[in-house]
Design a protein around this ligand. Structure first.
Ligand code: ADP
Ligand code: ZN
Length: 603
């Protein structure tokens, strides 16, 4: 059998394995069942692709999305691997052709949609084929707890009995304990070797900002990111369409994606995004699972996501190539209340609602954090870390102030108005605004009326959000509205027995300053670098002939070429990511493009 490291170098052009890759590969090669939990971008695919090439026979890879399958097959074929797909999007004749190749041992990998396992005769067909292994990708789809539940995944339990001699490897990026337990049970992998990686994605910078105006803030954020691909998540379909429209009007070409669109339109938009170098996709969470685009440079959330798990998955789509990437989120006062309402109004059993409420609180804790965001995020998944130096809090620590008095004012305004009003009215009372409602309810006669005049509306909003995060205030539903009530510890604050530290609300820098911050990082620093990068990208687009450009080379490979400036094919072969097959197909073209560039700046 060939050596895994030799396969990694020759076929994929990488120098060394990362993290648990080698250990997981060795287990599968030995014929052991294996469960791999690694964050998105850590390199799960190689954990089954390398054994597929080392062990005799073909690897059968179960993968939930047909669109994704095609891209993976295309990328493997570029590397000279004999890969194919089997799914319902193919016509019968094509399927027969692939199945014959599989039985005759002419394939290394075949990607299969889970529905196939329900097709009559499919397992019998597999019986007749030489099989190296089964890989079950996105294995959390088997779990009802996950948001991606796919009933067809349950059928995969049969593989254990039916193919006892074929090792099975299940892979997922979803970390929580329930899902893990479900995967092991449902897929009969209780005895499997487990490889669990740290969940940190150090190249992603996490930022949360208070939301004022979605579009204006988003445009300022995008201003420093021209030429980069990214995803903008919104909570509703309406908002997706509106935001995409406004971006296009402002001269930022943007695509839209949500479940309300025609299937054809959706696949079209997704394909255009994946094939672009700099596309901006505005989408609901319907867009995402299995978007295997390595060069997504940012993921922006204009609304709170559903949970920290969902957030981690969604932001994990940024920077899979390991280059600097950004997770940027706006957080508005109404978000938590709205999500709370969804939970209250759902038909779910109480136990599940309780779990969901706890998840919502963790999310608010993250959004309102005054300490390292990564620490909170990893802590939620049971990992620890030092302050990371790559989140908004570490980079620009918030100033804290003794907010006891401000907290007392807000809590007292909530209490004296009867714990029946939302944040808007409470802020009106604090700031002494004589609105129609204030007058009708005679809230202008309360002792708290106008005590908080000297603070801006946004400051009071921020204070109330922080009090909510600290559970001094709780948001509840009353007759269809969100109202603020006192939390259990609020009395201690009102009585002066407990002090409250609050974060000072910062004013946002204008687009100019954000642009400057930006220029200090990013894949290619100087203008000359940038120009070289663009030239290589243009060549890549041409060579891709309509396929996603990264199928030719990832951004990280182009950057490595610019760094090393290989002058010969031998030197080109040394560039990480350039394997033997790609060297043959593209090496000469890229050498020529590099030769045409001005020499690199000395520094
Ligand atoms: P996952 O499925 O875990 O999200 P992928 O398998 O898509 O991650 O890999 C993410 C990126 O990392 C890909 O661009 C892949 O080529 C790259 N990669 C994976 N393993 C290695 C390695 N050992 N050396 C260099 N690059 C790697
Ligand atoms: Zn940090």
């Amino acid at each position: 059998m060939p050596d895994p490291l030799e396969v990694l170098r020759r076929v994929f052009g990488f120098e060394a394995f990362r993290g648990h890759q080698r250990a997981a590969i060795d287990a599968v090669v030995r014929g052991q069942d294996t469960l791999v939990l690694m964050p998105t971008g850590a390199g799960k695919s190689l954990c089954y692709q390398v054994p597929a090439l080392v062990r005799p026979g073909a690897a059968v890879v179960v993968s939930p999305l047909i669109a994704l399958m095609q891209d993976q097959v295309a990328a493997l074929v570029q590397n000279g691997v004999r890969a194919a797909a089997l799914n319902s999007a193919m016509d019968g004749r094509e399927r027969v052709r692939v199945e014959r190749a599989l039985r005759q041992g002419r394939l290394d990998l075949v990607y299969v949609a889970p529905e196939r396992f329900a097709a009559p005769g499919f397992l019998d067909m597999l019986d007749g084929a030489p099989l190296a292994l089964f890989a079950i990708d996105e294995a959390h789809c088997v779990s009802q707890w996950g948001h991606d539940f796919r009933p067809d995944y349950r059928r995969l339990a049969v593989l254990a009995e039916r193919f006892p001699g074929v090792p099975r490897i299940a892979l997922t990026a979803t970390a929580d304990a329930e899902t893990r337990a479900d995967i092991a049970r449902e897929l009969r992998l209780e005895e499997a070797q487990r490889f669990v990686s740290g969940f940190d994605r150090p190249n992603i910078r996490y930022t949360v900002k208070p939301r004022r105006e979605r579009i204006r803030q988003l445009l300022a954020f995008l201003a420093g990111r021209r030429g980069e691909a990214g995803i903008v998540y919104c909570m509703t379909r309406n908002r997706v369409e509106k935001v995409a429209e406004e971006l296009n009007r402002a001269g930022v070409p943007a695509l839209a994606y949500h479940a309300g669109m025609e299937a054809g339109e959706r696949t079209g938009a997704q394909a255009r995004f994946v094939a672009s170098d700099d596309g901006v996709m505005v989408a609901t969470v319907a867009f995402g699972m299995g978007i295997d685009k390595p060069d997504v440079r940012f993921v922006a959330h204009l609304d709170l996501p559903k949970s920290l798990e969902a957030y981690y998955q969604e932001t994990g789509r940024a920077g899979r190539d390991g280059l600097p990437a950004e997770a940027w989120m706006l957080h508005g006062p109404g978000d938590a209340a709205q999500l709370g309402r969804f939970i209250d109004e759902s038909e779910a059993p109480d136990e599940q609602k309780r779990v969901e409420r706890a998840k919502l609180e963790a999310l608010i804790g993250y959004a309102e954090a005054a300490t390292c965001r990564r620490r909170i995020l990893l802590g939620y998944f049971g990992d620890e870390c030092e302050p990371c130096g790559n989140c908004d809090i570490c980079l620009d620590p918030p100033e804290l102030f003794d907010g006891t008095e401000a907290a007392q004012m807000a809590l007292s305004a909530i209490y004296r108005t009867g714990q029946r009003f939302g944040g808007g009215h409470i802020v009106d009372v604090l700031r002494g605004r004589e609105t129609e409602r204030v007058q009708r309810l005679r809230h202008d006669r309360l002792p708290t009326f106008g005590v908080g005049r000297e603070r801006r509306v946004s400051e009071w909003r921020s204070i109330i959000r922080q009090l909510t995060a600290a559970e001094l205030v709780v948001v509840e539903r009353l007759e269809g509205f969100s109202v603020l009530r006192l939390g259990p510890d609020a009395r201690a604050v009102l009585r002066g027995e407990r002090k409250v530290q609050l974060r000072l609300e910062k004013r946002e820098p204008g687009p100019a300053r954000q642009g400057r911050e930006r220029r200090e990082r990013g894949p290619a620093g100087t203008a000359a670098d940038r120009e070289g990068f663009e030239a290589l990208r243009a060549l890549r687009r041409e060579l891709a002939q309509g396929k996603p450009p990264y199928v030719v080379f990832h951004d990280s490979v182009l950057i490595a070429m610019l760094d090393r400036r290989p002058a010969t094919l031998e030197e080109m072969a040394e560039v990480p990511g350039v394997g033997a097959a790609k060297l043959r197909s593209y090496g000469a073209a890229f050498l020529e493009a590099l030769r045409a560039l001005p020499p690199p700046a000395e520094d």
